[in-house]
Design a protein around this ligand. Sequence first.
Ligand code: GRG
Length: 303
Amino acid sequence: KKPQKVPLPPFGFKEYMIQKGNQVNKALDEAVPLQHPRKIHEAMRYSLLAGGKRVRPILCIASCELVGGGEELAMPTACALEMIHTMSLIHDDLPCMDNDDLRRGMPTSHKVFGEDTAVLAGDALLALAFEHVASNTKNVSSDRVVQALAELGSAVGSKGLVAGQVVDIESEGKEVSLSTLEYIHVHKTAKLLEAAVVCGAIMGGADATSVERLRKYARSIGLLFQVVDDILDMTKSSEELGKTAGKDLTSDKATYPKLIGIDEAKKFAAQLTDQANQELGFYDPVKAAPLYHLASYIASRQN
Ligand code: GRG
């Protein structure tokens, strides 16, 4: 069947995000009880339950439901994705990395708990992510659970987030080519979003064709997420400085608007949205409504 371009199906997206977000927050709260040793669990909970849009868990659940699985099949993986995302933020904020004082509007983990505990809270969240999927996924074959665990591991390690971070650090203060910028974005941001969608599909019982179709959708929205972030960064810093958009000189960090201009960056974002929607054209538009709207949300988000 040929994919068809369809208009965005009507859907209560805001309510959907709130409802799924609440379910995820409840499951995360239960996944990390405040136990002995208290300080490390306080630090894990502090960062994990500090808000955040919960985009990765919701993508995972939406993908699982699209292929016919119930939310409960994907919930442990959805939680694991947020644990991994949170640990990457804790480590990214450390003095040896970006040295940030604020995250999600609150003091960063190392500012509150000290650097030693922040490192360990990240490590513990990473380990718990894998344990949580392996121990708490119910009614999914072990083959599928193992496949999802492998997908998660590859998204995080030296072929995934860590690769992106390493190349990002190496590129600091240097002129960065478009292909290096894309490498950084694909690895630091898109890989985990890809794992979210792919793992959701695996847990939901998708066949191999569907998993790969949804992987393509996820690759497009993964890069889109970061291109939009770059555009937002530029617009925000320009507004703050009362400058014209497109002339941001506040940091030497490479971004899409800086390398190709704001208009081309916006065109690229539109292209990526179209590519993502094309993959969804193979599915019933009503069932795919959450993923259509998630792509559109990522394309037009303001934070
Ligand atoms: C993963 C083992 C391991 C180590 C960490 C530090 C590091 C290696 C990688 C950096 C990863 C990083 C900080 C990527 C940026 C990801 C990103 C786009 C963050 C913002 O995501 P949002 O907008 O944030 O979804 P909220 O707060 O809404 O969750």
